[in-house]
Design a protein around this ligand. Structure first.
Ligand code: NAX
Length: 324
């Protein structure tokens, strides 16, 4: 028996969504027994073109497709949401401060949160992608008191996949953790990366990269893509969204650790309650579980503190939306 699920994608006319739609509609994220809808609160006429393309893909699992700019209609009874719609980074690069970007996006996520809280299923799983992703998820969590905080996450899987590539191009595929913010302070942690058989990556990797060099390569990868492509990452971002949601819904493999930015319960590696921070997790039965007990040395702690401090500041900057 097919069980239909309702999937909402905001910013559906944008470049990440264009690639993500294929992953969603082909059935590889939610399993083979499910069906989907999607929406976008703007760019309706362009989306009609995307609708025609999706129809022409003849995906057997795509049951119904709806396009709307009405938040209530979009989120009513939603099971899953990819919140991608936001101001893109290319506008950010044209002289905008991260703080300004945060302010312009805060209201979007506040408004979406209030509607989600009213009309979506309480079991909805939400992935925030639009930047500043962690703090948008922080605002969303504070705006959705009836949705469990565990159901709200932000995307750092692209950063993990970038770190994985830097290692796997010469050494083999590792499990590598990204801590903190999806920003230039993110901390892709080479010292705790492990191969599937449990071997540590760092003793071999350090011949090729010192710690700062590895971390900066991953931190700057998004900017390098923009410089070369003249557009921000889209295909790799969509693949990361699909990886994140698939692992969350269908489970991680035996021994696999992935990075998700999740809402701290105040008892996670010293991260204050409600801060949305990327941590190592495993997933099973639709739930993520923190990987505990990783010990950071002196230099790693400095990277960890730096990204945590940035997120604490962003949370303070974001509080204005709750005072309106
Ligand atoms: P695009 O500009 O191609 O698409 C964004 C779409 O969102 C546009 O169609 C726009 O009309 C729509 N939109 C704007 N405000 C909206 C609103 N209030 N409700 C619904 N839709 C709205 O950007 P794209 O390259 O797809 O990137 C989307 C977001 O992802 C950006 O904020 C970008 O910075 C962020 N990213 C986050 C990543 C992460 O790892 N967390 C990586 C990739 C990407 O940079």
């Amino acid at each position: 028996i097919l069980v239909p699920v309702k999937v909402v994608i905001t910013g559906a006319a944008g470049q990440i969504a264009y690639s993500l739609l294929f992953h969603v509609c082909s059935g590889q994220i939610f399993g083979n027994d499910q069906v989907r809808f999607m929406q976008i609160p703007s760019m309706i006429s362009q989306l009609e073109g995307v609708r025609m393309e999706l129809e022409d893909c003849a995906f057997p699992l795509l049951n119904q497709l709806s396009i709307t700019d009405n938040l209530e209609e979009a989120f009513k009874d939603a099971d899953y949401a990819f919140l991608i719609g936001a101001l893109p980074r290319k506008q950010f690069l044209r002289g905008m401060e991260r703080k300004d970007l945060l302010k312009s996006n805060a209201s979007i996520f506040r408004n979406q949160g209030l509607v989600i809280d009213n009309v979506a299923k309480k079991s909805i799983k939400i992935l925030v992608v639009g930047n500043p992703a962690n703090t948008n998820a922080y605002i969303l969590n504070k705006s959705t008191p009836s949705i469990p905080s565990k159901n709200i996450s932000a995307l750092t899987r692209l950063d993990q996949n970038r770190a994985t590539f830097q290692i796997s191009k010469t050494l083999g595929v590792p499990n590598v953790v990204v801590w903190g913010n999806h920003s230039n302070t993110q901390f892709p942690d080479p010292k705790h990366a492990l191969f599937d058989d449990g071997r540590q990556v760092w003793p071999i990797l350090k011949a090729k990269f010192d710690e700062p060099n590895f971390i900066e390569t991953v931190q700057n990868r998004g900017t390098d893509v923009i410089k070369a492509r003249k557009l921000s990452s889209a295909m790799s971002a969509a693949k990361a969204c699909a990886d994140h949601m698939r692992d969350w819904c269908l489970g991680t493999k035996q021994g696999e650790i992935v990075s998700m930015a999740v809402v701290s319960n105040g008892n996670m590696y010293g991260i204050p309650k409600d801060i949305v921070f990327s941590v190592p997790v495993t997933c099973n039965n639709g739930e993520w579980k923190l990987v505990e007990g990783i010990e950071l040395d002196f230099s790693s702690k400095k990277y960890f503190e730096s990204t945590l401090n940035e997120l604490k500041q962003e949370a303070l900057d974001a509080e204005f939306v709750f005072q309106e």
